[in-house]
Design a protein around this ligand. Structure first.
Ligand SMILES: NC(=O)c1ccc[n+]([C@@H]2O[C@H](COP(=O)([O-])OP(=O)(O)OC[C@H]3O[C@@H](n4cnc5c(N)ncnc54)[C@H](OP(=O)(O)O)[C@@H]3O)[C@@H](O)[C@H]2O)c1
Length: 275
C-alpha cells in the first residue's frame, strides 16, 4: 500500500495537467510525487476517461437504512472526492441521489474548478427545489427519456431514447456529454447509476474509498446482477493508497487480472486455489 500526500505544489501541477497546458507546471527536484499514480490518470487528457467513486464504510455501506449518508467518508476521503471532482469535466449522479441527499456536487475541500453537474433523471422526477438548481453554481444538465414531457427549466435538458429495459443507455449518456466537450467524467452514484455504467463496461477506473467505520446495515455503493460462483466475480487490477483517514482502492476495470495471469503456470495456481 502506498501512502499519498498531496502537496500544494503537486496539486497545482495536477490542475495544470487537467487544463491540458502545453507546458505543465515544472516540479521542483524534491517534489513529493506520491499522489501522481492516483490522480495523474484523471488529470491527464489523453482521450475520454470515465471513473466512478464510492465512499463506503468497512462493511461496504454508503448510508444507514434511514438514508443518512452525510459522514460516511473521513475528512481525507472527502478531500479525495473533491480532488476527483476538480480534475474532471462533469460529475454524473442519478436522480435517486438528488432526492436522498440534495447534493451541490461542487469543489469545496480543495482549490479547483467545480465540474458541470449532470443528473440522470429518466422519468422527470428531479425536484424543482434541488439545491444545485438554485445555487447559481456551475451548469446543471438533466438527462431524460425522450417520451417524458419537457418542463420549462433553468437547466439544460437532454432527451435520449428510452431503451427496451425502460432505462437510458449509458453509452448514449456519454455520447451526449462528449458532444458538449465533456469527456472526463466522474460517475459519483448512487449504486443504480454506477452499476449501469459498470454493466455497460464504460468505467475505466473505479475508486472505492473505505472509511474505518462500521454501519452494520444499509445500502451498498454498487449493485450488480447476482452471480452464483466467486469464480465469476470481477477481479480488476487494483492499487491501494493510504490517503490518511481513508484507504482508496483504485481499480482498473479495463484489466482483469485473471486474463493478465493466463499463462499456463498461473492457470495451475488459479485451479488449485479454487479446487
Ligand atoms: N457514498 C457514496 O459514494 C454515494 C454517492 C452517491 C450516492 N450515494 C447514496 O446512494 C443512494 C442513492 O442511490 P440509488 O441507487 O438509490 O439512486 P441513484 O443511482 O442516485 O439514482 C437512480 C435513479 O436514477 C435514474 N437513472 C440513473 N441511471 C439511469 C439510466 N441509465 N437509465 C434510466 N434511469 C437512470 C433512475 O431514475 P428513475 O427511477 O426515475 O427512473 C434511477 O432509479 C443514496 O442513499 C445516496 O446517499 C452514496
Amino acid at each position: 500500500m502506498q501512502s499519498v500526500r498531496v502537496t500544494e505544489e503537486m496539486w497545482h501541477h495536477l490542475l495544470s495537467l487537467r487544463e491540458g497546458m502545453v507546458r505543465p507546471r515544472v516540479l521542483s527536484p524534491d517534489a513529493d510525487v506520491s499522489c501522481l499514480p492516483l490522480y495523474g490518470p484523471i488529470a491527464r487528457r489523453n482521450g475520454p476517461f470515465v471513473m466512478a467513486q464510492v465512499g463506503q464504510s468497512l462493511d461496504g455501506r454508503v448510508a444507514t437504512p434511514m438514508g443518512d449518508a452525510q459522514d460516511v467518508s473521513g475528512c481525507d476521503g472527502i478531500a479525495h472526492l473533491h480532488r476527483c471532482r476538480a480534475l474532471v469535466d462533469a460529475v454524473v449522479i442519478g436522480v435517486g441521489t438528488v432526492v436522498a441527499d440534495d447534493p451541490s456536487l461542487s469543489v469545496r475541500a480543495v482549490p479547483g474548478r467545480s465540474p458541470v453537474r449532470v443528473v440522470v433523471d429518466c422519468n422527470g422526477r428531479m425536484p424543482h427545489r434541488a439545491k444545485m438548481l438554485n445555487d447559481d453554481g456551475t451548469p446543471v444538465v438533466v438527462i431524460q427519456a425522450d417520451d417524458v414531457p419537457r418542463r420549462n427549466a433553468r437547466h439544460e435538458l437532454i432527451s435520449l431514447p428510452r431503451q427496451a429495459d425502460g432505462g437510458l443507455a449509458s453509452r448514449d449518456i456519454l455520447a451526449a456529454l462528449a458532444e458538449r466537450d465533456l469527456t472526463a467524467i466522474l460517475v459519483e452514484g448512487g449504486a443504480n447509476t454506477i452499476s449501469r455504467f459498470i454493466d455497460a463496461q464504460l468505467i475505466d477506473r473505479l475508486h472505492v474509498s473505505v472509511s474505518p467505520i462500521i454501519i452494520g446495515s444499509g445500502p451498498a455503493g454498487i449493485r450488480l446482477a447476482p452471480i452464483d460462483r466467486l469464480s465469476e466475480a470481477r477481479r480488476p487490477e487494483v492499487q491501494i493508497y493510504n490517503i490518511g483517514s481513508d484507504i482508496v482502492f483504485d481499480c482498473n476495470l479495463r484489466v482483469d487480472i485473471r486474463r493478465v495471469a493466463a499463462s499456463p503456470d498461473c492457470e495451475d495456481v488459479l485451479m488449485a486455489d479454487t479446487a
